[in-house]
Design a protein around this ligand. Structure first.
Ligand SMILES: *Cc1c(COP(=O)(O)O)cnc(C)c1O
Length: 457
C-alpha cells in the first residue's frame, strides 16, 4: 500500500476499541518472578497483597495465565470519553528528516492528566469503588499519575490522597492545583505526616524526595487507615495489563492499513506505557508469529535497564513494600536533582525486566539535553508540545529514522508519545536558556546503592 493512502491520523471507532485487556504474561515461557515478602522471602500471597491493594487488582497482579481479561463496561465507557487515541503518521517529521523511514506515534496526551496514566487510574479506582472502599492513597512524581488518579476518583466519588515528590511539588505548583481541583489532597514527600517520612527526613535533611520515598509514605497511610488501599501508577503487572489498551488500539489501527512495524520504541520509567504499547506485538514475538525490534529508552541519569542489576529489590526507599525481581539501581538510588525529565524510578516492571533479560527487547539510554533537542524539533514540526518523558522515545525514533536515511532502508517505526509537556515548562525554560546540563551517575554511585540490595539466597 502506498504512503499516501495512510491518513495523517488513523482513528478507530468506539466499536473497534478493545473489549478485553491483553495479559502478556500468559504468553511468556519464563514468567516474571513473583513479588516476595521481605520478611519471609516467600512469594506474596493474595491475602498479604490484599492488605495493601484492592482484591480484584490482586487477582490481576497474580494472574499470569489468562491471556484476555474483559474490560468492565463502566471502565470502557469512561475510556470512550478520551479514547480511542489517534495513531499519527508523522509525515511532516519524515519530510523534515528527509528519511525513507515511515514514522508513526500513538498519542496518549489527549486528556487533562496529559498522559497514558488515566488508562490504569480509572481501572484501579473502579475496582476500589467496587470493593466499597472510602479512598485510595498514592505517590506521584512529575504529577501525571496523581492527576490521572484524582480525575478517576472524582468521577467515581472516592477520596484520593497523593504524596508528591517534593522537588516536583515545588517545581509544579499548577499540577498540584489541578489535583486539588479534582478533589485530591496533596502532600509533599517526604513529609512529617508518616513514620517513614519522619525517618527519611531525619536521615536526609533537605532531601528533594524520590518516588521511592513517596511510595513508602502512601503505603503506610493506606495500611493504617481502614477503608483505604494503595494504588500505583506504573511497574506492577496490573498496570501493564490496563495499559495494553494502547498497544491493542495501535495494532488494530496498523492492521487496518496492512502496516507491520519493524521497530517499536517507548520511554521507560517503571515500564507501563512501553509494556502496554508493545503487549500485542510482543505476544506475537513470544508465540513465534512475527518479529519486531523493541527498544526501551531511559534517561542516562536513571539507567535501570542499561546499568542496573537484575535482582530482587524493594520498590520503595522505606523498604516496607514487597520485593520485586527487576533491573534496579538499588532502592536507595536518588536521581540527581539536575534531572528534569521524569522517568526517575530506580527499578523497572518485572515483566519487562524478564523479557529484557531473555533477549526479547533492547534498551538504550539518552542524555537530557539531546532529549530536549528532540522535543523542540518535534514541537516545531509536528505541533504537539511533548512531555519530556515521551521525548526520550522521540529522540530514539529520530535517531533510527536518520539511520534509515544513511542506509536507504524504508523501515516502519512506531513510538509511544505518552503525553504533553505543559507542566514541564521549568525544564523547557532551562533548556531554552541554555542552562540544562547532563548528569550521568558514576559507576561508584551505582555500585554503592546496588551494594545495599537485600540479600536473598
Ligand atoms: C509516567 C509517565 C511515563 C513513564 O512511566 P511508565 O510507567 O514507564 O510508562 C512516561 N511518559 C509520561 C507522559 C508519563 O506521565
Amino acid at each position: 500500500m502506498s504512503n499516501q493512502e495512510v491518513p495523517y491520523k488513523i482513528y478507530l471507532t468506539e466499536d473497534e476499541m478493545p473489549k478485553s485487556w491483553y495479559n502478556l504474561r500468559a504468553d511468556m515461557k519464563n514468567k516474571p518472578a513473583p513479588l516476595m515478602n521481605p520478611g519471609t522471602h516467600k512469594p506474596m500471597t493474595a491475602e498479604e497483597l490484599g492488605q495493601v491493594f484492592c482484591a480484584e487488582l490482586v487477582q490481576q497482579e497474580l494472574d499470569d495465565t489468562t491471556p484476555f481479561i474483559e474490560i468492565p463496561d463502566e471502565i470502557r465507557n469512561f475510556y470512550k470519553m478520551y479514547r480511542p487515541s489517534p495513531l499519527v503518521r508523522a509525515y511532516c517529521l519524515e519530510e523534515k528528516l528527509q528519511t525513507p523511514a515511515k514514522i508513526y506515534y500513538k498519542f496518549e496526551g489527549n486528556n487533562t492528566s496529559g498522559s497514558h496514566k488515566l488508562n490504569s487510574a480509572i481501572a484501579q479506582a473502579y475496582y476500589a469503588k467496587k470493593q466499597g472502599l472510602k479512598g485510595v492513597t498514592t505517590e506521584t512524581g512529575a504529577g501525571q499519575w496523581g492527576t490521572a488518579l484524582s480525575m478517576a476518583c472524582a468521577y467515581l466519588g472516592l477520596d484520593c490522597k497523593v504524596y508528591m515528590v517534593k522537588v516536583s511539588y515545588e517545581q509544579k505548583p499548577f499540577r498540584r492545583e489541578v489535583m486539588r481541583t479534582y478533589g485530591a489532597s496533596v502532600v509533599p514527600s517526604p513529609s512529617e505526616t508518616t513514620e517513614v517520612g519522619k525517618k527519611i527526613l531525619a536521615e536526609h535533611p533537605g532531601t528533594t524526595g524520590s518516588l521511592g520515598c513517596a511510595i513508602s509514605e502512601a503505603v503506610e497511610v493506606a495500611v493504617k487507615n481502614p477503608g483505604y488501599r494503595y494504588v500505583l501508577g506504573s511497574v506492577l503487572n496490573q498496570v501493564l495489563l490496563h495499559q495494553s489498551v494502547i498497544g491493542l488500539e495501535a495494532k488494530t489501527a496498523l492492521d487496518k492499513y496492512g502496516i507491520k512495524p519493524d521497530i517499536i520504541i517507548g520511554c521507560a520509567g517503571g515500564g507501563s506505557n512501553l509494556g502496554g504499547l508493545i503487549a500485542p506485538f510482543m505476544g506475537e514475538k513470544l508465540r513465534g508469529e512475527a518479529d519486531y525490534r523493541i527498544i526501551a529508552v531511559e534517561p542516562a541519569s536513571c539507567p535501570s535497564f542499561t546499568r542496573g542489576t537484575f535482582a530482587y529489590d524493594f520498590c520503595d526507599t522505606g523498604m516496607i513494600c514487597p520485593l520485586a525481581k527487576m533491573y534496579t539501581l538499588g532502592s536507595s538510588f536518588i536521581p540527581s536533582a539536575n534531572h528534569a525529565g521524569g522517568l526517575r524510578f530506580h527499578g523497572m516492571s518485572t515483566t519487562l525486566s524478564q523479557l529484557y533479560h531473555d533477549g526479547y527487547m533492547e534498551a538504550t539510554s539518552v542524555e537530557q539535553t539531546s532529549v530536549f533537542e528532540a522535543a523542540e524539533m518535534f514541537a516545531r514540526i509536528e505541533g504537539i508540545l511533548p512531555a519530556p518523558e515521551s521525548s526520550h522515545a522521540i529522540r530514539v525514533a529520530i535517531d533510527e529514522a536518520l539511520k534509515c536515511k544513511e542506509t536507504g532502508e524504508e523501515k516502519t517505526i512506531v513510538f509511544g508519545l505518552t503525553g504533553t509537556g505543559y507542566f514541564d515548562l521549568v525544564a523547557y525554560q532551562k533548556y531554552n536558556d541554555g542552562e540544562m546540563s547532563d548528569y550521568i551517575p558514576t559507576d561508584e554511585e551505582i555500585a554503592a546503592s546496588v551494594a545495599k540490595l537485600p540479600k536473598i539466597d
